[in-house]
Design a protein around this ligand. Sequence first.
Ligand code: SAM
Length: 372
Amino acid sequence: MSAFPPRTYLASAAFGLEGVAAGELRRMGIPAKAEQGGARFEAAPADAFRANLWLRTADRVLLVLAEQTVASFEDLYQLVSSIPWENLLPKDAAFPVTGKCVRSRLMSVRDCQAVSKKAICNRLQGRYHLERLPETGAAYPIDVAIHKDLARITLDMSGEALNRRGYRTWNGEAPLRETLAAALVDLSPWRVGMPLADPCCGTGTLLIEAAMKAARRAPGLTRSFACESFAFMPAGEMKALRQQAQEAYAPQAAMDILGSDIDPQALTLCEKHVRQAGFEGRITARRLDLRELQLQKPQGVFLTNPPYGERLGDKASCQALYRDLGALLRRHPGWRMGIIVSDPAFERFFGRRATQKRRLYNGRLECEFMIF
Ligand SMILES: C[S@@+](CC[C@H](N)C(=O)[O-])C[C@H]1O[C@@H](n2cnc3c(N)ncnc32)[C@H](O)[C@@H]1O
């Protein structure tokens, strides 16, 4: 780590979304490259804060402090000790260490955490001439990830994961993660200004993520980030960036976003989430079986996440629903559809071949996002 503060960041993202997160960063004027696990970028601290505030599809923004192959606990100890922690962490910093080991010689996460913690403690105690570090101040979350023997030590700039936008308080039965929903909005043929309908809207995640984009609302506008308490971060610039995000937000922006679902409980949650996201009266959600859905607009985009069979309902009834979704699109000849499904035979039931497909994961479930 030569420059201070270091400038290399990783916006971690779910498998399949790395390129989408890199695209978001580039649209923010931050050059970024997709790699396994996320999008890597070089930036000043204020831009790392901006990434936290505006990224819709990434999980976290991590400051990369060191990366090196480690074959033993001694290697790991030396690597962690080599980081000038005293430049980053004040005397009273709390520094929880999380860890992950995948296909590596060092496979005990607990031991890797303990060794790393010890290395940081020893270095800080020496530099600060303290026998005991109080850890009573701001939290600096540190992560030690070892993948195929390559250790990456990072400082978590986000704190709580970025999908926590603050509007979803209870999750329903099979909700879509906010970051995945935002990615589907991005990857779909829908563009701001067009009608969007989710005929299986559940708790409303796709509707709200689309509305946020339409209203130019920074997803992190109403939450805080770990880096806002870091001593080395530019407080004035962060305040100005929050102010700019507040000014960019156009809650009254035109939007034509409609949800429907057969389940009244899901709709109650959907209404709650819409209200908590500040889009009450802007997003319409109603109880309706998609077999009865008939929209009057000549063109638009259906964007949806129907039941998969694995988690909700049984396979046969899901496959019948896929036929109904095919019929829904045929009833709306000017409309297109983006749909995330896990059944490899989906197109057979739907009755049409997708024009585009992309492999994604919904949690641990391998899925395809198809466009018709
Ligand atoms: C996987 S969940 C959608 C989750 C949603 N994306 C969210 O974020 O909460 C699928 C939804 O399809 C709804 N559904 C199932 N059959 C339906 C039908 N015939 N018409 C309308 N909705 C239906 C279920 O009630 C359920 O809420």
